[in-house]
Design a binder for this molecule. Structure first.
Ligand code: 2YG
Length: 272
């Protein structure tokens, strides 16, 4: 699980408008539409009870990431919800949020980044939501994925969620993880649910064989120019970005990548 740094998050709030315009250009969907469709919710803007959302800083483990709760709150506000950051941290922040009538709480320690709806009991995990949100964007970039081969690189929470979503869209999923036993576990899990996913054991040959990629791994700069053709499309929730700089230029609007936006947006629609 990659840990964000201040540099990753401080640029988010001031560029949300331009980010959203990019997203519409690339997928035909706004951030709100991607998030709502990812979890099968209405895209309506006038949410019935317009729930109050609290974002709670957590000091446990490696502690606060400067700018993290601010960027989470800015994404939620951008989507039209009332988001506040609690003054207190940790348990005090949870008490403050519930006492000030917040219905949805966002908080992240070093292992989990969750949204919970205290009224309905619904919870959403950032990894799961990110996988679904990115696949929703990728389906749009590829005009559907029915019968298309897609390579998922990294079978952690994001890659696992992406693989499940891809199969729901009818894609032919191949999986690669640096830890072969992780790929085998996911393949077994999918087989139990009646899905056949192919395990790739060599990354370079897997990249050579696939034009549609989901980079859900914490490695950087392993997708090279030689792996990119004119119809390559990449959804890259992984941090740092797995595509090497020259490849980013080559791909231009065939590369979907952000630090937090799609994951956070999908989380809130997931618990609405
Ligand atoms: O409240 C704070 O400021 C800190 N306790 C936040 C710590 C977040 C640690 N987790 C990560 O940086 C990522 N797993 C978050 C999600 C990355 C996007 N896929």
């Amino acid at each position: 699980m990659t840990r964000l740094i201040q540099d990753d998050v401080v640029k988010i709030a001031p560029t949300l408008e331009e980010y959203n315009a990019e997203l519409v250009k690339m997928t035909g969907y706004s951030l709100r539409e991607i998030a709502a469709h990812a979890v099968g919710k209405e895209v309506r803007e006038d949410y019935a009870q317009k729930p109050n959302v609290a974002v709670i800083p957590m000091t446990c483990g490696q502690g606060i990431i400067e700018g993290f709760v601010e960027s989470v709150a800015s994404i939620i506000s951008y989507l039209g919800f009332n988001a506040v950051i609690t003054k207190s941290y940790d348990a005090g922040g949870v008490a403050e949020a519930v006492q000030n009538g917040s219905e949805i709480l966002f908080m992240a320690d070093d292992d989990r980044f969750v949204a919970v709806n205290v009224r309905t009991g619904k919870a959403s995990d950032n990894g799961d939501a990110t996988g679904k949100g990115y696949v929703t964007g990728l389906v749009r970039m590829c005009n559907g994925l029915e019968g298309k081969k897609v390579l998922v690189i990294g079978v952690g929470p994001v890659g696992t969620s992406a693989a499940l979503a891809l199969i729901r869209f009818g894609a032919e999923v191949s999986i690669y993880d640096i830890d072969l036993s992780a790929s085998q576990r996911l393949s077994e899990e999918l087989k139990k649910q009646g899905y056949a996913a192919k395990i790739e054991t060599d990354l370079d040959s897997a990249l050579a064989k696939h034009r549609i990629l989901v980079d859900a791994c914490p490695a950087g700069e392993f997708i090279m120019l030689r792996h990119i053709s004119e119809n390559t499309k990449i959804a890259a929730p992984g941090i740092p970005l797995g595509v090497q700089a020259a490849g980013v230029t080559q791909l231009s609007n065939r590369l979907l990548h952000d630090q937090l936006q799609i994951g956070v947006a999908t989380m809130i629609f997931d618990v609405l």
